[in-house]
Design a protein around this ligand. Structure first.
Ligand code: AMP
Length: 470
């Protein structure tokens, strides 16, 4: 099962009277992280004795009410939003998971995907452990509880990390403390900041902005941060972190106003557009984004090329992403529902359409046809990511290899299939220039088919942290 999610945790100072303020803050934080998951959401608040929680299917504003949140009294809390995938859409998979055990109560929220979850689950089931969900997060929960019976929380988390292969950004509550944990590669984002005199840990910094807090820094790859008694302490558990941050967070997934691993996503996307203009120039009348995901790179492309930026398409902002609707036919209807051409802006014009990525190619084909129908004389597709040729096993719900158009078609063939006059993908080097970093510090598995961790049947890139390295 794939988990594309957003996580959140807040802890207020011990001397603060217990109130429902954490619950409301988590609600706003999850609202800010809604783009990371629209299938289900949950909030758990802890007052030092009892965990109180609300979980439900749907969007943040649909699941919580003022009254229900008002009842969640406690100064520590954990929240989660979960992405929709075609399978596994059920309340049992809704996070955070709350596990009561002999020594206390653990609450766990996870963003990422474990490659070895099935193996670990088998092992735990053979020991007699019972699973209530098919989420890999529950596997982490069981492993953690086993350790906590014998060790302190940091030692326990470290021991669990040794067993996990894959991506995980975790927010864990154990006995009134919050633990922020990022896997040794730092695949998925996780940062923390000062919030209302306490601390907050979130998938993206936009949640801190929303709460009027201040970003302190990212959790480092292989780091555990403990928030307790009004302070925080860091434990770097991997000897030598080898970052492999997910490129797709910067290309598409994260909000442009977030700062991830020291980089403002907006800036990266603007530079992506500039690189794209340098690599694939075209004589055109207007540069139009495919809204919303192509807006920032289209601005960069227009600035670099000196061609006018003009919106040729308008998006219906009241429906979710097309991927949330299962099935090819529904996805195609969703594209029409989602987008409309602005006739006057494209009629008789040579249009460059800039989008963030092409996955299956369905969206591009529909949009290009739409712009042609509205009277464009030429339509050139420019894509702010290199061709996606391989699946993601590490937390992005992409598609299977057979569904990825670039995995079996050449650029010329894709150009024909999407009905573009020309097609240009950004190169991997261009993407790295836009990111301002080295390819070895990013996970580019979907672009190269080589992954930072071992995945059965796939190529593994050489530089990797060994599991028993820490
Ligand atoms: P398609 O090529 O028809 O599969 O659609 C690609 C478009 O979907 C991209 O331009 C993105 O805006 C969006 N997209 C890419 N990856 C994802 C994803 N993992 N989840 C949801 N939407 C995505």
């Amino acid at each position: 099962m794939k988990e594309e999610c957003g996580v959140a945790g807040i802890i207020l100072p011990d001397n603060r009277p217990q109130s429902n303020s954490v619950a409301f803050k988590l609600y706003y934080a999850l609202y800010a992280l809604q783009h990371r998951g629209q299938e289900s959401t949950g909030i758990m608040v802890y007052d030092g004795a009892t965990p109180l929680s609300i979980k439900g299917m749907g969007l943040v504003p649909d699941v919580y009410t003022k009254e229900s949140l008002g009842r969640l009294i406690g100064n520590i809390g954990v929240g989660h939003v979960r992405y929709s995938t075609t399978g596994g859409s059920k309340i049992e998979n809704c996070q955070p998971f709350i596990l009561k055990f002999k020594g206390g109560i653990v609450t766990i929220a996870h963003n990422g995907n474990l490659v070895n979850a099935m193996k670990l689950k088998d092992e735990l089931e053979c020991e007699g452990r019972i699973f209530l969900s098919d989420s890999d997060t529950e596997v982490i929960g069981h492993l953690l509880v086993k350790e906590l019976i014998r060790h302190d929380p940091v030692e326990s988390i470290r021991n669990v990390m040794r067993r996990l292969v894959g991506s995980y950004s975790l927010v864990i509550q154990i006995d009134g403390a919050i633990y922020a944990v990022r896997d040794p590669f730092g695949f998925k984002p996780l940062c923390f900041g000062e919030v209302d005199g306490g601390y907050g840990v979130f998938s993206e910094s936009v949640a801190i902005d929303t709460l009027n807090g201040s970003l302190i820094r990212d959790v480092k790859p292989g780091e555990i941060i403990v928030f307790k008694n009004g302070n925080f302490e860091s434990y770097q558990v991997t000897n030598e972190p080898h970052p492999a941050h997910c490129v797709f967070e910067f290309i598409y997934f994260a909000r442009p106003d977030s700062v991830i691993d020291g980089k403002l996503v907006y800036k990266v996307r603007e530079r992506i557009g500039r690189e794209l203009a340098r690599e694939h120039p075209v004589d055109a009348d207007i540069i139009s984004p495919v809204p919303d995901s192509g807006i920032t790179s289209a601005i960069g492309y227009a600035r670099e090329s000196g061609t006018e930026y003009l919106e040729g398409l308008m998006k219906n902002r009241y429906i979710g992403r097309t991927f949330i609707l299962p099935g090819q036919e529904m996805r195609e209807t969703a594209v029409r529902l989602k987008m409309n051409a602005i006739h006057d802006n494209v009629e008789g014009k040579r249009v460059v359409l800039v989008d963030d990525s092409i996955v299956r190619g369905t969206t591009s084909r529909r949009i290009i046809d739409m712009v042609r129908k509205a009277g464009a004389s030429e339509v050139h597709a420019r894509v702010g990511s290199p061709a996606i040729i391989a699946p993601c096993y590490l937390g992005i719900d992409m598609a299977t290899r057979q569904e990825l158009i670039a995995s079996y078609k050449t650029v010329k063939e894709v150009e024909g299939l999407i009905n573009a006059d020309s097609l240009g993908y950004l190169s991997i080097d261009g993407l790295m220039r836009a990111l301002g970093c080295d390819k070895n510090d990013m996970c580019v598995g979907c672009l190269t088919g080589e992954y930072p961790v071992e995945i059965p049947g796939e190529k593994c890139r050489k530089k990797q942290t060994h599991l028993n390295d820490f």
